[in-house]
Design a protein around this ligand. Structure first.
Ligand code: ADP
Ligand code: AMP
Length: 217
């Protein structure tokens, strides 16, 4: 299956993507995680991306699309993938459509995770991610690690993302509403969108997501 996850920052896309990818046996491709890996490896791409990310803005399309394309072309993504955080504007959605078309492929579903603003703000404020891999995500009160400050998955150090500050979160929410939300209508016109409530326990949201994907098949 080829799936896109969309939703405001903090809706739980990364959390759900990890679980769905495991159940569906497809790779979880998060452009945010790819940028953070580039930042920790101090690559040129990482240096460029960091300035945009820290300000809560989108990284320019040209580099983002090239990075996502490169990842989607890896052998493990041949049979499908779960995109988390990409596309994030209509131009990226169009670029993805073109890419899929040239490979004679198409998306199966776009899962829209809905959560109220006050909830996503609380989730982001308490989010802690692992230094080794930002796909290992916890929350200080909602989904705490077994040992404070230590990743349950790999033992890495947990930290608060630089862009999870209150000020940057406001900017990221604004960017979500103005630039990312329009892709929901773009995909609705292709009949691909399944909207699910992203509130309640993590397991419950996963159940809703799998249910919605089954309906779409
Ligand atoms: P996104 O990838 O959409 O930005 P994350 O998956 O990183 O969101 O989740 C944001 C924060 O909310 C994390 O700290 C995560 O542990 C927590 N979280 C995710 N899903 C839930 C949920 N259903 N209930 C409570 N907290 C959640
Ligand atoms: P995320 O990990 O999805 O919350 O993304 C963190 C930050 O990475 C975003 O605020 C953007 O600055 C950048 N980013 C991630 N994905 C994209 C994308 N598809 N297009 C542009 N910027 C992105």
């Amino acid at each position: 299956m080829r799936i896109v996850l969309v939703g405001p920052p903090g809706a739980g896309k990364g959390t759900q993507a990890t679980r769905l990818a495991e159940t569906l046996q497809i790779p979880h491709i998060s452009t945010g995680d790819l940028f953070r890996a580039n930042i920790s490896q101090q690559t040129e791409l990482g240096k460029l991306a960091k300035s945009y990310m820290d300000a809560g803005n989108l990284v320019p399309d040209e580099v983002t699309i090239a990075m996502a394309k490169d990842r989607m072309e890896q052998p493990d993504a041949e049979g499908g993938f779960l995109l988390d955080g990409f596309p994030r504007n209509v131009s990226q959605a169009e670029a993805l459509d073109e890419l899929l078309e040239t490979e004679d492929m198409k998306l199966d579903a776009v899962l829209d995770l809905e959560a109220p603003e006050d909830e996503v703000v609380k989730r982001i404020a308490g989010r802690r991610v692992c230094r080794n891999d930002s796909a290992h995500v916890f929350h200080v009160t909602y989904t705490p690690p077994k040992k404070e400050g230590v990743c349950d998955v790999c033992g890495g150090e947990l930290y608060q993302r630089d862009d999870d500050s209150e000020e940057t979160v406001r900017k990221r929410l604004e960017v979500y509403h103005t630039q990312t939300e329009p892709i929901i209508d773009y995909y609705k016109s292709q009949g691909l969108v399944a909207t699910i409530a992203a509130t309640g326990p993590v397991d419950e949201v996963t159940r809703r997501a799998l249910e919605a994907l089954k309906r779409d098949q």
